[in-house]
Design a protein around this ligand. Structure first.
Ligand code: DAH
Length: 340
């Protein structure tokens, strides 16, 4: 019998400590101390006992009852304290206050500019192409007819990786990737991030963005190149923008030019943004050099084409009137929110 009483005591105390709420505790009380509970069952059994057995058993059942009652009282007290603490915490919250506003992100001005330029060229029939930021020396230099001793291959200009690859210094290697993978006609636009071992200042960064354009087909001329670049300039900057070409040298184009947009900030009169020249240098362009065609296996007699680069930061700077490109990368919300 004693054993039975002990196991009921253990079971009861276990359920009491497990109870997380007052109603669970009440359920435990009914199970053990209720009218049809386990303690009443024991008292029922006592009726059938001999007068000798009754006193001891009665004493034990009574002590069981007292222990369960004490356990329940203690658990009740601690549950009540817990709920009081919770209530006082809830009381301190002013539910009439407006909630915290969720901040909405906005498209970064550089991303926006890339999207604008890509959309303009897509409308002119160009399709999207891309290539990796980590390039081979072949794609970034050799295939672009850039000789071993060219200064841009110097360690001071290019970030080389330990395995001999490099961080592309321009988006022009995408030209090579595309031409190696298919035959003309080719008409692509390829935006991307590029890297140079430059000291950052207001107009230079070690990481920036370019968009590469390439059009190769039969009988493509320099006039076609002028046409698309001028059209792009007008759509980006407004119909009054002028474009000018200056003779230049790039190893992968012949002839080569650098081209500028007239400064839309001052209307070409000269201001801080255009360094008083009235013009903003955008990037380079030219007719694809026959030596590049040889590298990718095209017949230079059969095909001609133009290529161009666009400096995204430059365009964003004039479009939004920003005179320090480092602002684009500092992620200062006060700056970025202006583009919301
Ligand atoms: N890759 C050149 C640079 O980063 C820009 C450029 C010049 C791209 C002439 C071209 C091009 O496609 O034809 O300075």
């Amino acid at each position: 019998m004693n054993n039975n009483i002990n196991s009921i005591k253990e079971e009861a105390l276990q359920e009491i400590t497990k109870a997380d709420t007052l109603s669970q505790l009440e359920a435990a009380r009914i199970k053990f101390l209720g009218k049809k509970g386990k303690v009443s069952d024991l008292l029922e059994k006592m009726k059938k006992m001999t007068p000798d057995e009754k006193p001891l058993f009665g004493k034990q059942v009574n002590s069981l009852k007292v222990s369960i009652q004490a356990g329940i009282a203690e658990a009740k007290k601690s549950l009540e304290q817990k709920s009081e603490r919770l209530c006082s915490f809830v009381d301190k919250i002013d539910i009439t206050l407006p909630g915290l506003k969720k901040k909405l992100g906005t498209v970064h001005p550089i991303t926006q500019t890339i999207e604008d330029v890509v959309a303009i060229f897509r409308d002119m029939g160009f399709s999207f192409a891309d290539g990796p930021d980590i390039e081979t020396e072949f794609n970034n230099f050799d295939a672009l007819n850039t000789p071993e001793d060219h200064p841009s291959r110097d360690l001071q200009d290019t970030f080389y990786l330990e395995n001999g690859s490099l961080l592309r210094t321009q988006t022009s290697p995408v030209q090579i990737r595309v031409m190696m993978s298919k035959k003309p006609p080719i008409q692509i636009i390829a935006p991307g991030r590029v890297y140079r071992n430059d000291t950052p200042d207001a107009t230079h960064g070690h990481t920036f963005h370019q968009i590469e354009g390439l059009y190769v087909d039969k009988k493509v001329s320099f006039a076609d190149l002028k046409g698309v670049l001028h059209s792009c300039a007008r759509q980006l900057m407004g119909k009054d923008v002028k474009i000018r070409f200056r003779p230049h040298f790039f190893p992968f184009t012949e002839p080569s030019v650098e081209y500028d947009f007239s400064c839309v900030m001052c209307g070409g009169k000269g201001c801080k943004i255009c360094k008083n020249s009235g013009w903003i240098e955008i990037s380079g362009a030219g007719m694809v050099d026959p030596r590049v065609y040889e590298k990718v296996g095209y017949d230079p007699e059969k095909y001609s084409g133009y290529a161009f680069g666009l400096g995204i930061e430059r365009i964003a700077m004039i479009k939004y009137g920003i005179d320090d490109l480092r602002l684009f990368y500092e992620n200062d919300e006060r700056f970025l929110n202006q583009f919301a």
